[in-house]
Ligand binder design. Structure first.
Ligand SMILES: Nc1ncnc2c1ncn2[C@@H]1O[C@H](COP(=O)(O)OP(=O)(O)OP(=O)(O)O)[C@@H](O)[C@H]1O
Length: 251
């Protein structure tokens, strides 16, 4: 679904990362894991064409630089790490914006657009705050609204940058379960995550960013082992099993 070959990007004279190659396969949930500042958001922005990288990126078999903005909006939904709006749009209006790539010319907003908006809000438990201004809700609620907007956009690929960073425990698990349902319906999800447990519990595949590029990729439970976590964070992580569930815990 998303293929990157030999990607290199620099903000200044020194590359932040180079030789980054990976494949996010269709119908899979791929995690992007790595320490603060390792370049995960930057790599996402390169994949989305928001930053220009060296190398080759294809989405759904099409070379990324040749995809128009309108076509890209039907292919990929992006949930940024944080977002604020200067305008007091209602929650419902922000979610409806996800439908913009589907608005039908003179027909404008259709019944289907409105139904998909209501469905996405209901799925994320937002219906009760649908008429509240987006500027007057909490950071966690804003994060849920952006995820709802991406679901309403109904694209084959969804990219989420730390989608659960502002959420309480219940909502974190709800989001990961929804992401699983999405991939089980045939769509593809690529998500940055900081919690190794979330990655190993919910992702099919993981890419690990280290200093200068990718340091590992593959099956999360075997890749995120103690030696790798020690290389990333020092000697702070142990790995055990509780009720059959693999658990990374602080030593
Ligand atoms: N616009 C920018 N100009 C210059 N340097 C930048 C810019 N944006 C990010 N950086 C630098 O690039 C590096 C990677 O940043 P990036 O946000 O991609 O990391 P990240 O892995 O997503 O981090 P985090 O986990 O903290 O969100 C950091 O050192 C950051 O300071």
């Amino acid at each position: 679904m998303l293929k990157a070959a030999e990607i290199e990007f620099s903000y200044d004279t020194t590359p932040l990362f180079s030789k980054v190659s990976f494949h996010v396969e269709k119908g899979r949930l791929c995690g992007l894991f790595g320490p603060n500042g390792s370049g995960k958001t930057t790599l996402f922005k390169c994949c989305l064409g928001l930053l220009k990288a060296k190398g080759n990126i294809t989405i759904a078999g099409r070379e990324h630089s040749k995809i128009s903005t309108a076509a890209m909006a039907k292919l990929v939904a992006y949930v940024p790490q944080d977002h604020s709006s200067p305008f007091p749009f209602l929650v419902r209006e922000v979610v409806l914006m996800g439908r913009a790539p589907h608005f039908g010319g003179v027909f404008g907003i259709t019944k289907e657009d409105r139904e998909r908006t209501e469905e996405a809000m209901a799925r994320l438990g937002l219906s009760k705050i649908a008429d509240k201004p987006y500027t007057n809700i909490s950071g966690g609620q804003r994060q849920l609204v952006l995820i709802a907007r991406a679901l309403a956009q109904d694209t084959p690929l969804i990219m989420l940058d730390e989608p659960t960073s502002s959420l309480d425990f219940k909502n974190q698990i709800m989001i990961w379960k929804i992401l699983r349902e999405i991939v089980e319906s045939g769509k593809t999800v690529f998500a940055c995550a900081h919690d190794p447990n979330h990655v190993s519990w919910f992702c099919d595949h993981v890419l690990v960013m280290g200093r200068g590029g990718l340091m590992a990729k593959g099956d999360p439970s075997s890749i995120l082992d103690e030696p790798l976590l020690t290389r990333l964070y020092g000697e702070i992580c142990g790995i055990g099993t509780i009720s059959g569930l693999r658990m990374v815990y602080p030593k």
